[in-house]
Design a protein. Structure first.
Length: 317
């Protein structure tokens, strides 16, 4: 089997070959020339309608442990599970600080669990684009659900989680200002609010606070103790309830369309970046207002694209 040929690689992904799945996602993440042909073939396929679940929340809330418990729950039902684990990383070296083998050690030997770490490398749009493609590749490889787990609630993480059909926002007592800072945008982001570490002091007070928020904005609230596996079945049941409600109202279809549109925009921005960098370098040292310089840069890019288009039109006539 030649995994360097897009058609054969995609066939191997469908056959659930672990090496092929890893290679396909790497090609997309690295922006390799073969990725475009691979994704073109993938988008011609009738992809299964799998559920994607985003998990976010402040550091220390227990997201990774909760993710592991959810994986275990779905595996107990005989389902194949995919996980896209978003790792923080240095924008200079690109090195990730966490790794899928560490975070998902419990499931490392399970062939029915596909885990992939994707390093942020300081990217937002590019990460969203490649993460969306990774989700579709996992779906093609038979994973349902696919879980997107982030390292926090920064802009990059929130943008990635918005690729999901449902979003869990995980909180825990004792995080203080982190919880307070999230409340304003909390209900706009989350479909299900999860108070984790419910056996810790302050958990009841946090749950009561979140109950009011959930009631006012018609959101689900669940309590869990992920380290002990308590509340996981109830959480999974809540996800099914939220998914059914979203589907019946038409929100699920609208959300998936918005996610696809956002992914198109992210890919466009990622493709424009190298050309913009080249034009910026060609223009010499930046002087004056950076915002004005950015507008001029975009205008130059548009003129360049228009000139190229006119040249192609003349050649064709």
């Amino acid at each position: 089997m030649n995994l360097h040929q897009p058609a054969e690689l995609l066939a191997a992904v469908r056959a659930r070959n672990p090496r092929a799945i890893g290679r396909a996602i790497s090609l997309v993440e690295d922006g390799a020339p073969a990725a475009e042909a691979l994704l073109d073939l993938l988008d011609r396929e009738a992809l299964p309608a799998v559920v994607t679940v985003g998990i976010t929340g402040p550091g220390g809330a227990g997201k990774s442990t909760l993710t592991q418990q959810l994986i275990g729950h779905y595996r107990g039902l005989g389902r194949r599970v995919g996980v896209v684990a978003i790792d923080p990383s240095s924008p200079i070296s690109g090195g990730a600080l966490l790794g899928d083998r560490i975070r998902m050690m419990r499931h490392a030997t399970d062939g029915e669990v596909v885990v992939r770490s994707m390093a942020t490398r300081g990217r937002i749009g590019g990460l969203c684009a490649s993460a969306g493609a990774a989700v579709r590749l996992m779906a093609y490889a038979g994973c349902d659900p696919v879980i997107i787990e982030t390292v926090g609630v920064g802009q990059a993480e929130i943008d990635v989680v918005r690729l999901a059909d449902l979003t869990l926002l995980v909180m825990a007592p004792g995080l203080g200002d982190d919880i307070q800072a999230m409340k304003a945008g909390l209900v706009e982001l989350a479909d299900v609010l999860v108070v984790n570490k419910c056996d810790n002091p302050g958990a009841e007070a946090l749950a009561m606070d979140m109950e009011q928020v959930a009631r006012e904005r018609d959101r689900l609230l669940r309590r869990t103790c992920a380290t002990e596996g308590r509340g996981i079945a109830e959480l999974a049941e809540g996800l099914e309830t939220a998914l059914a409600k979203s589907s019946e109202s038409g929100e699920l279809a609208r959300r998936r369309q918005r996610s696809r549109e956002a992914e198109v925009l992210d890919w466009a921005l990622e493709m424009m970046r190298p050309r913009l960098s080249s034009l910026l370098r060609d223009n010499g040292p930046v002087r004056g207002d950076p915002r004005l310089a950015a507008r001029n840069l975009l205008e130059r890019l548009c003129r360049s694209a228009a000139d190229l288009s006119n040249g192609i039109s003349k050649e064709s006539t």
